[in-house]
Design a protein around this ligand. Sequence first.
Ligand code: B4P
Length: 187
Amino acid sequence: MFILILGAPGSGKGTQGQILAQRLEIPKITTGDLLREAMKAGTPLGKDAKSYYDAGKLVPDAVILGLIKDQLARPEAANGAVLDGFPRTAAQAELVDRTFAERGQRLNHILLLDVTEEELITRLQGRALQEGRTDDTPETIATRLAVYQRDTAPLIAHYAQRGNVRRVPGSGSVEEIAEEIKRIIGR
Ligand code: B4P
């Protein structure tokens, strides 16, 4: 089963993706985590990504497309995965769509975590205090929310045209939202 989680920064994609992947015993592919690991390890990918990441901008497709391609090609992800944090641009969506079409597979569920901007800002500021992530400063949070509206939100329409996007109210407790996702997916 392949599940795509869409949502603004701080909407809980990572949080819910983790719960979902554990419950379904499938891998989770999270571009944000992969970038953070690469930056920590100082790999060429991490070095390419760092200035964009720290500024709250999208890391260019030229860097990300190869990463997504490699991750989707992993044998563990041959029959199921939770996709979290991508696609974020039209080019990334095109790559994902093409990969699944070539494999004769499809995204079984597309979930959109729907959270108000006020709540997003509160959560990201809370995470800044707890984790000190370099992209959770007030200026960067504002940039990330604007970039989401400009580049990523249009993808909702792209997937909604196919009629299989489910909007999940993302403002309850982590457990309540996880329960709602379980209900939608049916397992
Ligand atoms: P991501 O790592 O994807 O960061 P995010 O959008 O902030 O995370 P998410 O929505 O998963 O929030 P989380 O569950 O952690 O991206 C970071 C950066 O990486 C981007 O800005 C970009 O530079 C780069 N990047 C990543 N993918 C890319 C791509 N494909 N293309 C280009 N660039 C890319 O939740 C946030 C907080 O809320 C947490 O503290 C959590 O504990 C809390 N929370 C979650 N659910 C809650 C709930 N129900 N109630 C209260 N708090 C909750």
